[in-house]
Design a protein around this ligand. Structure first.
Ligand SMILES: [Zn+2]
Length: 445
């Protein structure tokens, strides 16, 4: 007993010596400290090269940019409407845009500049955009990597939802006008994969279809794919049941050559194929990305897209080797999201949310994430062309500026509250902006 007391005293003494006299974190920061610390942190955070976990780096007229369609302006959040003056600031910062609005006669200046860059060809243009923003490496979500993207800097993330839609999709397409746009695009991607694999028609049985799916993933990885991406939340619930193989085999046998499966039959088949995909992803060490947040369009279901739907899969020991990347922070379910990342193979990023909300709110979200699982969070731009004038270039700028300032503010508050030192704060900033992603994809460190 005496020894225990001595040991406790020793531990108390040593912890006191190891930290400052203000070792206990406070709920309020002293008034002026936050601004001062923020001013010290931000320039250092600006020098951290970014590893962007999620973008759609593209010229606006490139049909390979996505397996999806873009939103009408009026359904966008206020910050993403054409009227946002921040986009003008982005165009000025990147290109020296000489006007203060995007009136058509002014926007033409910017459109012409981008068209000329596209016509010139080569990879220098998009590399220069990354250089201007101190972005080192960038994942590009695309049907195929464009010839104008340098594979040293832009790493390919390919789409896999199309494997869930090989049967007659009449009933799926007819569900609502959004599905009427989305599903034919999925059919197109599946056809492309079949051509790539020299498969002339759907294989005769489920074993054949499974081989085709697994082989396509392996080949896409060989072509440079670093991750596969599900946009499934746009089409169905992210809850995937665990049907027995013979049930899926019977549905495939019945419908692969024609006939319209019922909703329940199609769902069961998809749930099975989904599990083939994530199983193969684990074997190939290919991280699996999910759109897990609100989405565009008129019929997006918040309930279906809630990342908690994935919990049975994320916590399934059969997929312990599969790395899951739940992109867009699960927004608006950002607190649920950070607790999903308590599992060692689950990650999230701040893409989309970083430009949906203003930096003051992104600061709150990042503060919560950093305070819980800082090794699981990554920066993502979700850079995307909104129209011919406001392109992925300006959204790269908006996302990078917003995230650097928001993470500096979150860390300044935590330092001022006594949670940790400025040195530790900078380490945490590097993890979020670069190191966690570099580690996950095994790239440069
Ligand atoms: Zn995206």
């Amino acid at each position: 007993m005496k020894r225990l007391v001595q040991l406790a005293l020793l531990l108390m003494a040593s912890s006191g010596a190891a930290t400052s006299s203000q070792a206990q974190a406070k709920p309020l920061a002293a008034g002026s400290d936050v601004q001062k610390i923020y001013d010290q942190l931000l320039p250092q955070i600006d020098r951290v090269p970014i590893y962007d976990n999620h973008s759609h780096a593209t010229f606006p007229d490139d049909s390979d940019m996505d397996a999806q369609a873009s939103p009408p302006d009026e359904s966008s959040v206020i910050r993403l409407r054409d009227s946002n003056p921040e986009f003008v600031a982005g165009a000025k910062a990147l290109f020296g845009y000489p006007y203060d609005d995007f009136q058509p006669e002014h926007a033409k200046w910017l459109i012409d500049k981008k068209k000329a860059a596209e016509k010139a060809g080569g990879t220098a243009y998009w590399n220069s955009i990354l250089d201007k923003l101190n972005i080192e490496t960038c994942l590009a979500n695309r049907v195929a990597l464009g010839p104008y993207l340098d594979p040293q800097r832009f790493h390919w993330v390919f789409f896999v939802d199309s494997f869930l839609f090989p049967l007659d999709n009449r009933d799926q397409t007819g569900k609502n006008p959004d599905m009427g746009v989305y599903i034919p695009l999925q059919e197109k991607v599946l056809k492309r994969y079949m051509q790539q694999e020299n498969v002339s028609g759907l294989p005769a049985d489920l074993s054949g279809y499974e081989s085709f799916v697994r082989q396509t993933l392996a080949d896409n990885q060989k072509k440079g794919g670093v991750a596969m991406k599900f946009e499934a939340a746009y089409f169905r619930s992210l809850y995937f049941s665990d049907p027995p193989r013979d049930k899926a085999a019977a549905i495939y046998a019945k419908f692969h050559a024609g006939g319209v499966p019922s909703n329940e039959e199609y769902r069961t088949f998809q749930d099975y194929v989904f599990r083939i995909l994530i199983d193969e992803a684990g074997k190939l060490n290919l991280p699996v990305h999910f759109h897990s947040a609100v989405g565009i369009g008129d019929y997006f279901s918040l309930r279906n897209g809630n990342p908690l739907n994935l919990e049975n899969v994320l916590r399934d020991p059969r997929y312990a080797k599969t790395k899951f990347v739940l992109i867009h922070g699960g927004y608006p379910y950002t607190l649920e999201m950070i607790w999903l990342t308590a599992a060692k193979n689950v990650y999230t990023d701040s893409s989309l949310v970083g430009y949906y909300v203003y930096p003051s709110e992104l600061k709150n979200i990042l503060k919560q994430w950093i305070s819980l699982y800082p090794e699981r969070i990554m920066f993502g731009s979700d850079a995307f062309p909104f129209n011919d004038a406001v392109g992925a270039e300006e959204t790269f700028w908006l996302a990078a500026r917003s995230a650097r300032s928001a993470v500096a503010a979150a860390l300044a508050e935590l330092v001022a509250e006594g949670a940790f030192t400025e040195e530790k704060a900078l380490e945490l900033a590097r993890m979020y902006l670069h190191d966690n992603a570099a580690h996950l994809y095994g790239g440069t460190k």
